[in-house]
Design a protein around this ligand. Sequence first.
Ligand code: PLP
Length: 458
Amino acid sequence: MHNNAGRAISQDIAHHVHPQSNLRQHAEKGPTMITHGKGVFIYDTEGREIIDGFSGLGCVSLGYHNERLAEAAVRQMNTLPFAPTFYNRSHPSVAELGERLTGLAPNGMNRVMFQCSGSEANDTAIKLLWYTNTAKGEPKRRKIIGRVRGYHGNTVATVSLSGQPHMHAKFGLPLPEFKHTELPNYYRFHVDGESEEEFSARMAAHFEQLVLSEGPETIAAFFAEPAISGGGALMPPKGYWEEMQAVLKKYEIKFLADEVVCGFGRTGNMWGSETWGLKPDMVSCAKALSAAFFPISALMFKDEMYADMMKNSDEVGVFGHGYTYAGHPVGAAVSLEALNIYDEIDLVGHVRKVSQTFLANCQALNDHPLVAEVRGVGLFCGFELMKDAKKREPFDPSWKVGELVQNFAHDRGLYLRAIGDRISFMPPLIINEEEIGIATSRFKQALDDAWAVVRTRI
Ligand SMILES: Cc1ncc(COP(=O)(O)O)c(C=O)c1O
């Protein structure tokens, strides 16, 4: 065990309250304590070397060690460690990042605001929609539609927009202005004989019904991840985005593409919006923007929205929104260097190349008795675990089969994430073919371990 491991674990149990964690389990068993990382590997206090098949939280695009990012941070810290972006003040790193990022963005985004997290980027988007609808003389256009199992953050507004029941329970949420349309999980929810295209049309029809029943004139926007991440690595079914965007267009509903996970190469293109032909009005991104070496996020939008903001700012005298650390110089400098690296190593090209092996190895696991469906793109893959794949009969939730697989994978040296009985597998984008081979064979072993337990119960 690592030298001070025992001490760190007791300090953690005694004082540190963990987000998105089982608090009882933490009190009784303590944390998994990660001490360091290199490349795609993380190391725990037990001395285990673990391939991070979840990229931290879908963010560590360049792995756990990068001299250039560290040097960019130190350089900036030694030059200008902090500068506010309030009160018409700026600094060169954030100005350059604004230009670089809007230059990369999908669908003509020309304006950017910076924050420190995906939640804050999406929360800012909600506020800007409300703000600009007031400028347009439509103050009642306030409802925001998300999706069941969608994930957009943890502020009061973004968690309301997210469709995660465990994040609403006991908090008295969601707030009333936030609505949810159906989860497009074709495998689980198609009716017998229904094609993917028919299923997608049904999802869009449900969305249209929701729009009509709420009143299109009351709806400010629809927010969606190009592929659902926190809800279980769910790829959109065929035709889904065409059908959904037709409804958005018909009722002139604004669309925010939440690229917090999909952005910067995860799906084999710079943006998930490119992978699935999305035409958003706003884009949020975070995580891989700085390769997760520094907390920074961005919300991008079009000049028209900026013009409406200007109108209100003229009337009030100020645009009354912002965070102390918005456009932090160190975050901006690290992000600029991350974007340089992405360019130089052609990260997107690398993802496209290695994803062939990744996805083929993942597909090969579809034959496993625990696995009902495998679907992925780029370095992003979801696995549906079911008792009976053909009949689509789920396991008893109390068996916690997903968690079992996740725990066995950890023991085998692979970190994966179970979301109920779905497994999300999304390794760092720099992973190479050999590491993919090791990771997927460890996954297979973990499935075998879990099957040895589960088969005795069936
Ligand atoms: C798609 C998506 N949007 C927003 C967020 C919230 O980002 P953060 O945790 O940085 O607030 C997440 C977090 O995982 C996410 O997956």
